[in-house]
Write a protein that binds this ligand. Structure first.
Ligand code: ADP
Ligand code: MG
Length: 606
């Protein structure tokens, strides 16, 4: 016998409560929906008041176009909306709301009072709902616009009420919503009052800097740098080109924070949680921030409405871009554009992990590098490993690798009073170089450092249209695995740009005719398969940057390679000339700094 109850369709009130639970999770969700409605109504002024973190009372008032009296009751019906007419509209949403669920969900979870007056009406329509049902409807004197008050959220749903956090956290969550929208709509004046205290007041001047000032303070606002980038791509099989524009304000690297809370992302006017895009913002700062620190950034993304799906999350807090890579690239480019030319990281943290500063001298005041004993390292001899004297076995290779990175035409190393900024003292475990800096001691990861040096050199050559390639006297046959062959086929032009010349032969075999100069002297077939495997693992970068980073990694000295004093110095000098010396292309640090002050503190000298 099966005594399982039969399948039944739920009564509408139960269905409504279940649906409401998805839309309204906490007071901040109510505030978000009401603020979005106000913005959709064209408000220029939005006032939010909360008590008890919003659980006791929320009131959102706006000066938008209001709801005609005969429609106020309809607004609270499920799936009642003035913003969407057909399924078709769902794929090109231009308003923040579109599902017609929010007011119904709020009314199912709390007591609601509404007053709304379109400017053309002489009085406002009032509506009071209890348990989702109309209790009273009438009219009252009111300013044009809409005001909605929500009391005792989840009072009839004790299980949900218990899930609410302390007043302070709920207040914070509400503040985050209002903050995000104040930043997304600088032309709208926002005010947030929490338990009678003024928590935020954005003036609505239209200048995003004023909105930032209201949120993060005037000093941060003044320091922000404008960011902009546009990207477009014709995608096979798509009628419309993929397009993306990013404008924003981003903090200089010196403004770092302990969390990502000061990164605000707005997509088509919608404040979103953009987990997937945070790395794009941070990649733009690659090498400029100390480890574990995060930037301040306001990123506004605009794509054609049909290239973003806003209907993937019950609270519309996440969106899905149809051309995510394009958006990712545009965000990264915008941040980079803003930061180009900013000085390198200026450490003010007293911790061990703070980094040394390389300050270039003003043009014309460069000091000639001093002739150090042993500094006359011959870079021409370097391409032939056997020419490096006094080294054997893998040390010969290592020596050649270091030598190959010292550019003869490179500018002189940045020096400070005639002393190289980093003076090598020796190697630890054939992996780290110990060096004296102008302020204490620095420990350099030789592989990461060399990767950085080579990466920038390769990129500079790519930018100059050079293609440092070493033709092989005798071409070499290499056999590739299927994934390797696919990578080769997919990135052929990038590979060629950095110096590979590879031709398809039979089946899995390819003919290698030239190798990148940085890999000259290696076992050719092995160098190619290693390169392709490494390329596969390189997920953070794309296009020529990805090819360049891969080449840098394959060509760099390895941990365990012995370097003599001359090679150590050559590496440190080359690193000091880098644009972004503090991290390798993958974002790992190249060096650790122990400042004089922290040495003194550690040894009790002060
Ligand atoms: P949606 O925003 O998805 O349309 P809502 O349940 O949030 O659904 O709102 C239902 C309707 O009520 C809206 O489509 C709009 O016509 C009207 N409305 C809600 N809030 C306001 C407001 N503040 N000003 C003007 N109209 C509003
Ligand atoms: Mg809405």
């Amino acid at each position: 016998m099966n005594d399982r109850p039969p399948i039944r369709v739920l009564p509408p009130e139960v269905a409504a409560r279940i649906a409401a639970g998805e839309v309204i999770e906490r007071p901040a969700s109510v505030v978000k929906e009401l603020v979005e409605n106000a913005l959709d109504a064209g408000a220029t002024r939005i006032e939010v008041e909360i008590e008890g973190g919003g659980a006791d009372r929320i009131r959102v008032s706006d000066d938008g176009h209001g709801i005609p009296p005969e429609q106020v009751a309809d607004a609270f019906e499920r799936h009642a909306t003035s913003k969407l007419r057909s399924e078709h509209d769902l794929y090109a949403v231009r308003t923040l709301g579109f599902r017609g669920e929010a007011l119904a969900a709020i009314a199912a979870a709390a007591d609601v009072d509404l007053v709304s007056r379109p400017a053309a009406q002489t009085a406002g329509a009032t509506l009071r709902l209890r348990n989702g049902r109309t209790e009273r409807q009438g009219s009252a004197a009111a300013a044009p616009g809409t005001s909605i008050e929500v009391r005792d959220l989840f009072a009839s749903l004790p299980a949900r009420r218990r899930f609410l956090r302390a007043t302070r956290s709920e207040t914070q969550a509400v503040a985050r919503v209002v903050t995000d929208y104040a930043l997304a709509y600088p032309e709208v004046a926002f005010r947030l009052t929490a338990d009678g205290r003024n928590a935020l007041a954005a003036p609505g001047s239209g200048d995003p800097r004023d909105a930032v000032a209201a949120v993060h303070g005037a000093e941060v606002a003044a320091a922000l740098l404008p960011a902009h980038a546009e990207r477009a791509a014709v995608i096979e099989g798509e009628v419309e080109a993929a397009r993306c524009e990013v404008v924003g304000l981003v903090g200089p690297p010196s403004l770092h924070r302990a969390s990502r809370a000061a990164i605000h992302v707005v997509a088509n006017g919608r404040a979103v949680v953009a987990r997937a895009l945070l790395p794009a913002v941070e990649l733009g700062y690659e090498g400029l921030l100390p480890g574990g620190r995060h930037p301040v950034a306001l990123i506004r993304i605009t794509v054609p409405p049909d290239q973003v799906d806003v209907n993937v999350h019950p609270q519309k807090a996440e969106v899905r871009f149809r051309h995510e890579r394009l958006v990712f690239a545009a965000v990264q480019a915008a941040v980079r554009s803003a930061l180009a030319g900013t000085p390198h990281l200026v450490p003010d943290s007293p911790q061990f992990a703070s980094m040394p500063v390389f300050t270039p001298r003003p043009p014309g005041q460069e000091v000639e590098p001093r002739a150090w004993p042993g500094f006359d390292f011959d870079t021409t001899a370097a391409s032939a490993p056997s020419d490096v004297e006094g080294l054997t076995g893998r040390d010969v290779i290592a020596g050649a690798r270091v030598a190959s990175m010292v550019e003869r035409e490179a500018p002189p190393p940045r020096v400070d009073g005639g002393v190289p900024l980093l003076r090598p003292m020796g190697q630890i475990e054939s992996t780290y170089i110990v060096a004296e800096s102008s302020d204490g001691m620095v420990l350099v990861d030789q592989h990461a450092a060399h990767e950085r040096v080579l990466y920038e050199a390769v990129r500079a050559r790519l930018a100059a249209g050079e293609r440092p390639s070493q033709p092989l006297l005798q071409s070499v046959l290499a056999t590739l695995s299927a994934p390797q062959a696919a990578l080769l086929a997919g990135g052929a032009s990038d590979l060629e740009a950095i110096g590979w010349e590879v031709e398809a032969a039979d089946g899995a075999a390819v003919i290698v005719r030239a190798v990148p100069a940085a890999l000259a002297g290696r076992d050719v077939a092995r160098a190619l398969t290693d390169y392709l495997d490494r390329l596969d693992a390189e997920e953070r970068l794309s296009g020529p940057d990805r090819a360049a980073a891969t080449l840098a990694c394959r060509a760099a000295v390895m941990a365990g390679d012995r370097l003599d004093a001359t090679q150590q110095r050559a590496l440190l000098d080359a690193l000091a000339r880098c644009e972004t010396p503090h991290t390798c292309p993958h974002g790992r640090p190249t060096m650790l700094h122990l400042s004089r002050a922290s040495l003194e503190r550690s040894f009790g000298r002060r």
